[in-house]
Design a protein around this ligand. Structure first.
Ligand code: NAP
Ligand code: G4F
Length: 321
């Protein structure tokens, strides 16, 4: 039986990845950070089947100990301060978690389990003010936020440890991926949650920032499968993962409100508070390398993703009524 260690198991991707690996027969060990409460809502249905161990991206000793004791075949480093907007108000913390946290995990693996295979959660935010469209593995990085800068560091330190120490370490440059488990502060979930509340008379307007930003949005369940495929290769390599389609925040609103027969123009208001100091205007992936070398293709088109998220939020609010 293979063992997988997942940092960030309580997050959106961690929960889908744990499901996938359990279905494949893995022993799954998840890193959680110490808290006075146990907010494991995304993995509540899995806690009997996974092992949870305590460690923190800020603490080298705890990370090295966990890797030493677990001796994982595969390490998925998903933990991060992942909300771009917060990276401007907490830039140093974001750098500690999202950049140096990667080095700490790589050091833990190098010292305690050098034969393990390491996946780093890189991001399309690294492309930022894009140099070319669509973005592929060779596209130069131009990050536009402290988060994006931290992810560029995490990406290159992973490449560097692979080349310096001959570790099996790869970066997946993943474009935005969403689901009913997406955090409520991210724009897609903020919209689908508001659509459900408005439809049920619990809310009357939705305040958003830049409606013209374009993203390549896919389904998170598909993207964790790509992570796993990367760690099954004969040779470590980095991949762009996305759908190859791009839509604006406005188009997401049209689809989400349209799913419950509402017109977004009656409810959406723009608010300066949600604009960013520097924006990423356009992201769209060229996933052809992943298609060819991983045999990976996305299975959930944009319209279906939006409908899935709206339906899940409606069901969530309707349940207690
Ligand atoms: P998420 O839902 O925000 O989950 C983040 C996870 O990191 C949570 O489990 C969180 O634990 C954990 N974490 C944060 N700080 C930690 C610390 N100091 N020590 C230990 N754990 C810590 O993020 P996601 O959407 O699943 O994304 C997973 C990864 O992929 C992240 O690295 C993100 O930056 C990257 N990424 C995401 C996307 C996307 O579209 N979703 C695209 C590209 C890359 P708590 O539950 O305790 O907060
Ligand atoms: O949903 P978002 O906050 O996601 P963003 O910034 O693209 O980052 C997400 O995807 C990255 C991959 O590219 C990940 F690495 C990262 O961890 C995260 O998962 O914002 C999407 C777009 C932005 O252009 C933002 O300006 O939506 C725009 N937007 C407009 N109004 C808003 C809002 N974003 C948020 N969060 N809230 C708004 O009210």
């Amino acid at each position: 039986m293979k063992t997988a260690l997942i940092t960030g198991i309580t997050g959106q991707d961690g929960s889908y990845l744990a499901e996938l690996l359990l279905a494949k027969g893995y022993r799954v060990v998840g890193v959680v950070r110490r808290s006075s409460t146990t907010p494991y809502e995304r993995i509540a249905h899995l806690v009997d089947r996974v092992e949870l161990v305590s460690a923190d991206l800020l603490d080298q000793t705890s990370l090295t100990d966990v890797v030493h004791e677990t001796q994982p075949h595969e390490i998925y480093n998903l933990a991060a301060q992942s909300f771009v907007q917060t990276s401007w108000t907490q830039p140093v913390l974001t750098g500690e978690f999202t950049a140096l946290g990667v080095t700490r995990m790589l050091e833990a693996m190098r010292k305690a389990a050098p034969k393990s295979r390491f996946y780093q959660a890189s991001s399309s935010e690294q492309f930022g003010k894009v140099i070319e469209t669509p973005q592929r593995e060779s596209t130069p990085f131009y990050p536009r936020s402290p988060y994006g800068v931290a992810k560029v560091y995490g990406h290159w330190i992973t490449v560097n440890y692979r080349e310096s120490f001959n570790l099996f370490a790869v970066s997946g440059i993943l474009f935005n991926h969403e689901s009913p488990r997406r955090g409520l502060e991210f724009v897609t979930r903020k919209i689908t949650d508001a659509v459900a509340r408005i439809k049920l008379g619990l809310q009357h307007e939705l305040r958003l920032g830049n409606l013209e930003a374009r993203r390549d949005w896919g389904f998170a369940g598909d993207y964790v499968d790509a992570m796993w495929r990367m760690l099954q290769l004969d040779e470590p390599d980095d991949f762009v993962i996305g759908t190859g389609e791009t839509y604006s925040v406005r188009e997401f609103c049209i689809a989400a409100f349209g799913a419950v027969d509402l017109d977004y123009r009656d409810y959406v208001r723009q608010d300066e508070k949600f604009f960013r100091p520097a924006e990423v205007d356009l992201l769209v992936a060229d996933p052809s390398k992943a298609e060819q070398k991983l045999g990976w293709t996305p299975t959930v088109p944009f319209a279906e993703l939006v409908r899935m998220m709206v339906a899940a939020d409606l069901a969530r609010y309707e349940r207690p009524r």
